[in-house]
Design a protein around this ligand. Structure first.
Ligand code: NAD
Length: 480
């Protein structure tokens, strides 16, 4: 077991009060590290560093910010395995395939964000007064408080950090208490790439403690939170009292619509990927599936076979499909959702129990009550619910039977049906011909309803993490 320090203003620091907490491996229960348990004083120290870091970073030429982010991408590409792979597997229970995927996406995100540093475009607009000229410029916000989740602790953190940095903001990162080691390694990567030491700090600790201190700190101008909807509501309410800019990427209950022209076996393979990747601990996981009645029976048979054939082995084995949930609370929540659905009349097609340790078997429920937790709330585990529908309209109604709206998917090769559904589903994204768990560094990722507000990715992030300012100029007696 190692002792880790926080990264504050480029320095490795313990918590001011000496507090620590343990980080454990979900797969084995082993204690991996002791990390500082930050309090108000540590957060204040990090934010004050970030205020100074903002001046240093924003005053760099855009090409210099671009170069630093490109260096970070190259470092992640060359040294990503050494810097992140074991930590991702041990700390977050990622399979080796998922961990490699996160590293590759991190490289892509850093490269994509680097280009945004030069694209803080403004505009001019016509003025009725011929002696005045109007300009609109885009400026960074200042210190951004980044509060991140545990499920994709590297790639999501990269997405949350790279774009605001490209726009010239400085950062104080508060990672999930489950996965601080990945965040510390990421902070170190940015500093090694030449981001000024005071522009990025990482404080480790708990949401209600240092997370709350960060979002309430008077010098934090913007909160970027990715997490559960309950946290988003609490953070959003606190942020609103101070009129903070907020980007909230929250939970999901994503629907997969399987239309009658699909091969049911192929559809089941796609559905299994859509729900069981990373044990269902994916915000866009397909936790609700609506299947047209014509292919319902062969589809559920194929999904059962698919779920029961998934290999749940050592996380470092290539063929392992998924591993443990993050902690015992997460397992209990999943089992509670399953129990309540069954009490309400759902049938378990497969799974519904622990495989071993924190690993829950791939679980498929049939016809849970529409007011059950399994249907309405995010289980954030390897559980999906399947219902049969009579036609496309009923499938769309099923997709919209949710307060969440992060990502949805339609399996069909009929583009008219697919586009019709995509236009009518209330969701931040709809994917046709695949499942709903999709990422792209340029895409506007974000949700509607309880799935949050704001979009991240490409230039959409630049808009979130900058403020527009109107400047008007008296151009003198000669009209322009
Ligand atoms: P969580 O809400 O428990 O925690 C997220 C972060 O918020 C953590 O760093 C936590 O310490 C912090 N936090 C908690 N309470 C806080 C408070 N009062 N003040 C400040 N910070 C606080 O979420 P989690 O369990 O780590 O992650 C899983 C959730 O994240 C799921 O709901 C998932 O859908 C969601 N998620 C959403 C997206 C997306 O893009 N929309 C992506 C990944 C995960």
């Amino acid at each position: 077991m190692k002792d880790f320090h926080m990264l504050i203003g480029g320095k490795a620091m313990p918590a001011a009060n000496g507090g620590t907490f343990e980080v454990t491996a979900p797969a084995t229960g082993a204690v991996l590290a002791q990390v500082p348990r930050a309090g108000a004083g540590d957060v204040d120290c990090a934010v004050r560093a970030a205020v100074r870091g903002f001046e240093a970073w924003y005053r760099l030429r855009p090409a210099e910010r671009e170069a630093a982010l490109l260096r970070a991408a190259s470092l992640a590409e060359a040294e990503g395995q050494a810097r992140f792979l074991d930590t991702l597997i041990d700390e977050s229970g990622s399979t080796i395939t998922k961990a490699r995927g996160e590293i590759a996406y991190t490289v892509d995100l850093l490269r994509t964000a680097a280009g945004e540093a030069r694209r803080l475009y403004g505009e001019t607009f016509p003025n009725d007064d011929p002696h005045r000229m109007s300009l609109v410029i885009r400026e960074p916000l200042g210190v951004v408080g980044v509060v991140s989740p545990y499920n994709a602790p590297l790639s999501l953190l990269t997405k949350m950090c790279a774009f605001p940095l490209a726009a010239g903001n400085s950062l104080v990162i508060k990672p999930s208490e489950e996965t601080p080691l990945t965040a510390l390694a990421f902070g170190r990567l940015l500093l090694d790439a030449g981001v000024p030491p005071e522009a990025v700090s990482v404080v480790t600790g708990f949401g209600a403690e240092c997370g709350a201190e960060l979002i309430n700190h008077p010098d934090v101008r913007c909160i970027a939170l990715t997490g559960s909807t309950n946290t988003g509501i609490a953070v959003g309410q606190a942020g609103l009292t101070k009129m903070r800019r907020m980007q909230l990427e929250l939970g999901g209950k994503s629907a997969l619509l399987v239309l009658k022209d699909m091969d049911p076996v192929k559809a089941a393979k796609i559905a299994a990927q859509g729900i069981f990747t990373h044990s269902g601990q994916i915000c866009m996981a397909n936790s609700r599936i609506a299947v047209e009645r014509e292919i319902y029976q062969p589809f559920i048979e194929a999904l059962k076979a698919e779920a029961e054939s998934l290999y749940l082995g050592d996380l470092r084995e290539e063929r392992t499909v998924y591993g443990p949930l993050i902690n015992a609370r997460a397992v209990e929540k999943v089992l509670e959702h399953v129990r309540a659905a069954v009490d309400g009349g759902a049938k378990i097609l497969t799974g519904g129990e622990i495989y071993k340790g924190l690993v829950v078997k791939p679980t498929v429920l049939l016809d849970p009550p529409r007011d059950s937790l399994a249907w309405r709330e995010e289980s954030f585990g390897p559980v999906t619910s399947v219902v049969a529908v009579d036609d496309l309209q009923e499938a769309i109604d099923v997709a919209n039977d949710s307060e969440y709206g992060l990502s949805a998917a339609v399996l069909t090769s009929n583009l008219q049906w697919g586009l019709h559904a995509a236009r009518r589903i209330a969701s931040g994204a709809v994917h046709i011909g695949t499942h709903s768990f999709q990422s792209n560094a340029l895409a506007p990722i974000g949700g509607v309803g309880l799935s949050g507000m704001g979009r991240s990715g490409g230039h959409y992030s630049t808009e979130e993490f900058t403020e527009v300012k109107w400047i008007s100029v008296d151009v003198g007696s000669l009209p322009c």
